[in-house]
Design a protein around this ligand. Structure first.
Ligand SMILES: C[S@@+](CC[C@H](N)C(=O)[O-])C[C@H]1O[C@@H](n2cnc3c(N)ncnc32)[C@H](O)[C@@H]1O
Length: 211
């Protein structure tokens, strides 16, 4: 199944099914981006808007992009804020924004669905102002090595995996450098219910466009 169609199918249950990765990411988003005020934040792959309300509190304007009509419909219904503009867009094509206009670009649980990181991070780098910040929070590669992958449960309760691509830590670091951004921070995150002796659940990276 195409990835956008899979998310259309997942959309009605995305916020209600048990999902510790989703819940941990909401905490990570709030930790990594505690305050503003910024002028423009772009949320790449906003989904149902789990992090969008938080981002609207940190920025005068939020451009929230996603290619799943089903996910966007829920986000639009959930978030009726005038400063948030939702756009249906494939992150692998040119982004519907003015170059060098964004103070921050955020990816949360999106990049496992992107085969080649460089073009997409290149669009993010193009969107950022000099000095602007890139935030990434993704399924940790150590989880991917063990078969971890975004998936939802169908009506019968069977897991349906969504097409995903393995990205090693090195892939993220090399892609960030390749698009001309400077790495500022790398971290790993465990959910409160995770075994801390096991692999981290999320990998986060912060980078900046040189000013
Ligand atoms: C696991 S959801 C995460 C949504 C939200 N960021 C969150 O943390 O809850 C992944 C989202 O990325 C979107 N997505 C994946 N690949 C995309 C692409 N190439 N262009 C636009 N959106 C994409 C999906 O439609 C989906 O809404």
């Amino acid at each position: 199944m195409r990835i956008d169609a899979a998310y259309d199918a997942w959309a009605p249950s995305y916020d209600s099914q048990l999902n510790r990765t989703r819940d941990l990411d909401a905490q990570v988003a709030r930790t990594l981006t505690p305050s503003g005020p910024l002028a423009l934040l772009i949320e790449a792959g906003c989904g149902t808007g789990k992090n969008t309300t938080h981002y609207a509190g940190t920025s005068s304007a939020v451009l929230a992009l996603d290619f799943s009509a089903g996910m966007l419909a829920i986000a639009r219904e959930r978030i009726g804020l005038a400063q948030v503009q939702f756009e249906q867009a494939d992150l692998q094509a040119a982004w519907p924004c003015v170059p060098a206009s964004a103070d921050r670009v955020c990816f949360h649980l999106v990049l496992e669905h992107i085969a080649d990181l460089v073009p997409v991070l290149g669009h993010a780098a193009t969107a950022l102002k000099p000095g602007g910040q890139l935030i990434i929070s993704e399924l940790h590669p150590a989880r991917q090595y063990r078969g971890g992958q975004a998936h939802y449960l169908d009506a019968a309760g069977n897991p349906v995996p969504v097409t995903a691509h393995l990205h090693h830590l090195r892939d993220y670091l090399q892609a960030i450098a390749a698009v001309g951004l400077q790495l500022q921070a790398v971290d790993e995150h465990w959910h409160a219910q995770d075994d801390r002796q096991g692999p981290p659940r999320l990998l986060s990276l912060v980078a900046q466009r040189p000013g």
